[in-house]
Ligand binder design. Structure first.
Ligand code: CTP
Ligand code: MG
Length: 230
């Protein structure tokens, strides 16, 4: 049995929409609702808990909790309300392109690997990535064939995630994802090949792209794009 946590408590500074990012409308629904709908279509997900900004009510069918000051704190607060479940799926509301197929694939990957503590969605990096110091000087070119850009969903064995999150606040604050906290304590994390389409909405450009992709998906993906807005 799997419980799903969606973190949606961020303020969306970089998007600059003037309100919480998760509530921004996207192709007829809130950004958050797209992820809820995808996860509700996954039979083995028993329950969905959403970490929300203070004062925001949970949508129907999910359990709402108030998020924390940093992302991992929101994950920890949602996990505290998750109830029973041996696996925990964590997903960012900022990735509204989530599909039920991807969520199922990440859950299945963890189930089929008894040694792994977590399985995470990721895509091979296509850019060349260099390490640059504070003076702007390139120090190292990383080996691209070994680099993956990680996404959510990330699925964890529950005890592993609970242990990983039980660290001091400053360590939690530095964690841009939860898998990092597992790696740090020596847990094995495996990647599951995902798609670039599972993009993260950070900037207004990302929002436009997600709107375009979701509105064509809603119309049926083979429909041609209109030349003019309808
Ligand atoms: N998040 C959260 N609680 C926080 C911070 C972030 O639940 N205290 C969630 C966001 O809602 C988002 C995900 O973590 O779904 C990834 O964070 P990010 O994309 O950085 O969203 P924001 O923090 O909202 O955006 P920004 O950093 O631009 O303010
Ligand atoms: Mg943020």
């Amino acid at each position: 049995m799997t419980v799903a946590l969606i973190v949606a408590a961020g303020s969306g500074e970089r998007l600059g929409a003037g309100g919480p990012k998760a509530l921004v409308r996207l192709a007829g629904r809130s950004m958050l609702q797209w992820s809820i709908d995808a996860l509700e279509a996954v039979a083995e997900i028993e329950r969905i808990v959403v970490a929300l900004p203070a004062g925001v009510l949970a949508p129907p069918g999910v359990i709402g909790v108030e998020g924390g000051a940093v992302r991992s704190d929101s994950v920890r607060r949602a996990l505290a309300q998750a109830g029973a479940g041996e696996l925990v799926l964590v997903h960012d509301a900022a990735r509204p392109m989530l599909t039920p197929e991807l969520a199922r694939a990440v859950i299945a990957a963890l189930r089929s690997d008894g040694d792994a503590a977590a399985a995470i969605a990721a895509v091979p990096v296509t850019d060349t990535v260099k390490r640059v110091d504070t003076s702007g000087t390139v120090r190292e070119t990383l080996k691209r064939s070994e680099l993956w850009a990680v996404q959510t969903p990330q699925v964890f064995r529950r005890e592993a995630l609970e242990r990983a999150l039980a660290v001091p606040a400053h360590q939690l604050a530095q964690a841009t994802d939860d898998a990092l906290l597992i790696e740090r304590e020596g847990g094995r994390v495996i990647v599951v090949a995902a798609s670039d389409e599972n993009l993260k909405v950070t900037t207004p450009l990302d929002l436009k792209l997600a709107e375009l992709l979701l509105s064509t998906r809603a119309r049926g993906s083979s429909a041609p794009l209109p030349l003019k807005p309808d």
